[in-house]
Write a protein that binds this ligand. Structure first.
Ligand code: SF4
Length: 255
């Protein structure tokens, strides 16, 4: 069946005010193994893993290892895999190593055009290779992050992945996220957050930020105007009109 933005309106209305737990349970019961969490192992992403595991919901967790991540982020991935027995952490990788890519194309991340290609090759492409495997990809984006994410809806369409994008934490504030982490010592938190990194990406393109700077000031600091990598199409303002899903979901959309 063809799922359009109109179908999503009713679904988003239905889950307005729903807790992340309720949304995760709904996703699990509806999509089962055709749903996966997507986490870069930043604070909200590991909180999402924690909530799913605490509810004993078996999900795959997709983690894209660009080959140039901080050791702390890889440690976080491994710690989440150990701490969350209900989850299966799957590491996706680009086709070429960073060294091979640099040998063949140069140091892409130092220019704006190169950064787009590098992020496409090392972040988006490994995820795109999973197209068709999942009908729902569950991310940790929050409206409270501001910028392009300030209007994120719980349910979105991702035509490139031919899947729904679902954001159970869309309405969660920074204070609520902090409180969740503080109240649960077994919720794994990437150590870089306590070293001045409010948000975390690849090490060539991520720096700590000063207390007076916006949270994302440390991302692509060397490139004016670049804020997002594109692994979440909504960050680039790409909102699809429709996706194709199996007819077994028809009742979900009132079709
Ligand atoms: S964040 Fe930087 S190093 Fe990582 S994929 Fe994007 S451009 Fe390449």
């Amino acid at each position: 069946m063809r799922v359009t933005d109109q179908h999503l309106e009713a679904l988003n209305r239905r889950f307005e005010g729903a807790s992340p737990d309720d949304i995760l349970r709904f996703v699990h019961s509806t999509f089962g193994e055709r749903a996966a969490l997507l986490s870069g192992m930043q604070r909200a992403g590991t909180a999402l893993c924690f909530l799913a595991d605490r509810a004993r919901l078996a999900f795959d967790v997709l983690f894209v290892d660009t080959g140039v991540l901080h050791a702390e982020t890889l440690w976080t991935r491994d710690s989440v895999a150990r701490a969350c027995p209900s989850l299966r952490v799957i590491t996706l990788q680009p086709e070429r190593s960073f060294a091979e890519q640099t040998r063949e194309e140069g140091l892409l991340y130092v220019t704006r055009e190169g950064q787009e290609r590098c992020c496409d090759l090392r972040k988006t492409a490994p995820l795109s290779a999973m197209r068709g495997r999942y009908d729902a990809i569950v991310g940790a984006l929050r409206r409270g992050e501001g910028g392009a994410r300030s209007k994120i809806r719980t349910f979105e369409l991702d035509p490139a992945m031919s899947a729904l994008r679902i954001h159970p934490l869309a309405a969660m504030t920074q204070a609520e996220l902090d409180a969740l982490c503080e109240a649960n010592p077994n919720l794994v938190v990437n150590p870089l957050h306590s070293m001045g990194f409010p948000t975390i990406g690849c090490f060539p393109c991520t720096t700590p930020v000063r207390p007076d700077e916006p949270a994302r000031a440390g991302r692509w600091r060397h490139l004016a105007g670049v804020e997002y990598c594109g692994i979440n199409p909504m960050d680039r303002g790409l909102r699809g009109d429709a996706i194709e899903l199996d007819d077994r979901y028809a009742a979900l959309f009132g079709a």
